[in-house]
Design a protein around this ligand. Structure first.
Ligand SMILES: NC(=O)c1ccc[n+]([C@@H]2O[C@H](COP(=O)([O-])OP(=O)(O)OC[C@H]3O[C@@H](n4cnc5c(N)ncnc54)[C@H](O)[C@@H]3O)[C@@H](O)[C@H]2O)c1
Ligand SMILES: O=C(O)[C@H](O)[C@H](O)COP(=O)(O)O
Length: 373
């Protein structure tokens, strides 16, 4: 059996070697001929799986993407050709939620602001939005939630319409898929008119897909003096992003919000489990077999800790400003894709045990730290 896997997907040899030969490919430059005699194709978000790519796929049984987003996959085509497919739902939900939390605490430090009493609008309440909701729910903030598809299915009782959420939030964060048509299209859902209507001082975070915000319109409104605090991990037209926008963005990164070691490894593991299912085999390998030990694993905190102290703990594990610095120093010389490929290791909050003076602090636990273990 031949397994063709993106070169940026970790642990494929460790998980998949038992099924056959693993061959790597360059995600953005794969050619149709490379799919000749391939049984399993494992991609990340940069590979368009379409008619052209599958032109020589004579043996393909399974396509897996180690991502949540599936806007790069022609799923109807796979269906029509009876090729099994899976994405990796939830694999990087914690990582993206922690990217947002890290950004919020960094903004608190830099703007001398407190999250207490702020209204945070979450757009898209799937794996990531719900994970973020759970983490934020223990903080003293008001949450507004917008997810029309879930609301229509009766799965989100406290739904707020998108325009109401924009009007009433101090902070808005996007966690929607890229959907280009239909009643719930997300393409340019933050368009020029809506951008112009945002309150001065509003914080806008996008770690979903770049096309959810009209980037050209965003540049125009910022050039016209809009006072928005922008945190952008994703961009229209990656890897050739609108670099003029960078001057107006507080924290910018190269589509790495989901790139914790755990998040990327979970993506590979979920696809391994799917292939095991497909073959009627038991999945025997698990993440803990492969993740490296962390160097910093414990910290202690006094019972009278402040919000600033929580920010310090968050940034001990992950500070989004590291990634903002990398982009600003190296984008021009290295390029967007190379910065993604060489992304320095990042771990999740759960790798830190916080020792308290006795009490179990719900806020720290909700954020994802281990307490007193
Ligand atoms: N920056 C990154 O590294 C990164 C990492 C992971 C995922 N993502 C992106 O984030 C998206 C969300 O991830 P997820 O795991 O939560 O996906 P998900 O499928 O679990 O959730 C998406 C949610 O958005 C909702 N939704 C759809 N259309 C909407 C609309 N018009 N308005 C409001 N809500 C809408 C859906 O009903 C669903 O509940 C992915 O599709 C992907 O594009 C980015
Ligand atoms: O949809 C997703 O899951 C993410 O966007 C993914 O984490 C990033 O994409 P990739 O690293 O596969 O290019």
């Amino acid at each position: 059996m031949k397994i063709l896997a993106d070169q940026n997907m970790p642990l494929v040899e460790q998980y998949f070697a038992e099924f056959g030969e693993v061959v790597r490919f360059d995600g953005r430059n794969v050619r149709a001929e490379q799919l000749q005699d391939v049984d399993i194709l494992l991609t990340r978000s940069v590979t368009k799986v379409d008619e052209a790519l599958l032109a020589h796929a004579n043996k393909l049984q399974f396509v897996g993407t180690a991502t949540i987003g599936i806007d790069h996959i022609d799923t109807e085509l796979l269906n029509a050709r009876h090729i099994a497919f899976s994405n990796a739902p939830g694999c990087n939900a914690i990582a993206v939620a922690e990217y947002v939390i890290s950004s919020l605490y960094a903004l608190c430090q830099e703007n001398a602001m407190s999250l207490t009493g702020k209204t945070i609008g979450i757009v898209g309440l799937g794996s990531i939005g719900s994970c973020l909701q759970a983490k934020l729910s223990a903080l003293d903030v008001k949450l507004l939630l917008c997810d029309p598809p879930k609301s229509e299915r009766g799965e989100l009782v406290e739904h707020t319409e998108f325009d109401d959420l924009l009007a009433d939030s101090d902070i808005v964060t996007f966690h929607v898929p890229l959907v280009k048509q239909g009643p719930h299209s997300t393409l340019h859902m933050l368009n020029k008119a809506r951008l112009q209507a945002l309150k001065p001082g509003m914080i806008v975070i996008n770690a979903s897909r770049g096309d959810v915000i009209d980037n050209k319109a965003l540049l125009e409104v910022m050039q016209q003096g809009a006072e928005l605090d922008l945190v952008l991990d994703v961009w229209e037209n990656e890897p050739s992003i609108l670099t003029d926008l960078l001057d107006y963005v507080r924290f910018a990164s190269v589509h790495i919000a989901g790139h914790t070691l755990e998040g990327k490894a979970r993506g590979t593991q979920i696809l391994y489990q799917k292939v095991c299912e497909l073959k009627g085999m038991c999945a025997t390998k698990s993440l803990t077999d492969f993740l490296p030990k962390v160097n910093v694993s414990a910290a202690s905190i006094a019972d009278n800790f402040t919000n600033d102290d929580v920010g310090r703990l968050v940034h001990l594990i992950y500070d989004v400003r590291r990634d903002n610095g990398i982009l600003r120093r190296l984008l021009a010389s290295e390029g967007f894709d190379s910065l993604r490929k060489n992304y320095p290791p990042r771990r999740e909050f759960s790798t830190l045990t916080v020792k308290t003076e006795g009490a179990t602090h719900a806020q720290l636990a909700a954020l994802g730290f281990r307490i007193n273990e």
